[in-house]
Design a protein around this ligand. Structure first.
Ligand code: SAH
Length: 192
């Protein structure tokens, strides 16, 4: 009919505008997560559950456009190693790791996107000291209290355990400085 064309066009325009608004809200929340402490991030998502939903939709959309999702690399790495290794996934999102490997995986996030999630601030996880073999931060090293968060990972890792960090390159001002501070926190760089 004659009305169909304009109606279709305005619906498409509306969808495009909504997508753009969503993208802007995602970037805003992402920025907030990177510039506040993990406790403030917890408060943000508690006070505004919609923010978490928008953040995760935006995150998934962004990662889809990348040539490689680092979480898949981490999964491949774990599959090559003994399934007896215990894993802690800090900022697990939708628990891709826990649902893809045979290992025991403790999955931590601020909000449960999956029933596998233990809800907590990653600066304080409910695990005993020296209880895990591998600690993972996949696109999740977010709070400004990084040191506290990494000390928590150090606490739960066994001696000689592995810490895996995946971040976008633009997040690092100086990779060498990062590796040096990691060494001060007790982590020796074995592969980069
Ligand atoms: N690791 C997942 C998700 C990355 S998105 C993946 O690679 O697919 C970053 C995740 O970190 C989000 O789910 C966010 O909720 C979580 N996060 C951010 N700050 C956190 C905190 N203080 N404690 C626990 N999780 C946190």
């Amino acid at each position: 009919s004659r009305e169909a064309a304009p109606a279709g066009r305005s619906a498409a325009l509306r969808a495009r505008m909504e997508e753009r608004l969503l993208g802007a809200r995602f970037r805003y929340i992402n920025q907030q997560l990177y510039t506040s402490t993990s406790r403030e991030a917890a408060r943000l998502f508690q006070s505004d559950p919609e923010a978490f939903e928008i953040y995760h939709r935006g995150f998934a959309q962004q990662v889809e456009r990348w040539p490689e999702n680092p979480v898949h690399r981490i999964i491949r790495y774990l599959r090559r190693r003994p399934a007896s290794l215990v894993v802690a996934d800090f900022g697990c999102g939708d628990c891709k790791i826990a649902s893809s490997v045979k290992n025991k995986v403790h999955s931590f996030d601020l909000v449960p996107l999956s029933p596998l999630v233990t809800v907590c601030d990653m600066a304080k996880v409910p695990l005993a000291a020296e209880s895990v073999d591998v600690a993972v931060f996949c696109l999740a090293l977010m709070g400004t209290n990084l040191q506290e968060i990494l000390e928590e990972a150090n606490r739960v890792l066994k001696q000689g355990g592995i810490l895996m960090v995946a971040e976008v390159a633009s997040r690092f001002e100086d990779i060498r400085a990062f590796v040096n501070s990691m060494a001060q926190l007790g982590f020796k760089s074995v592969s980069k």
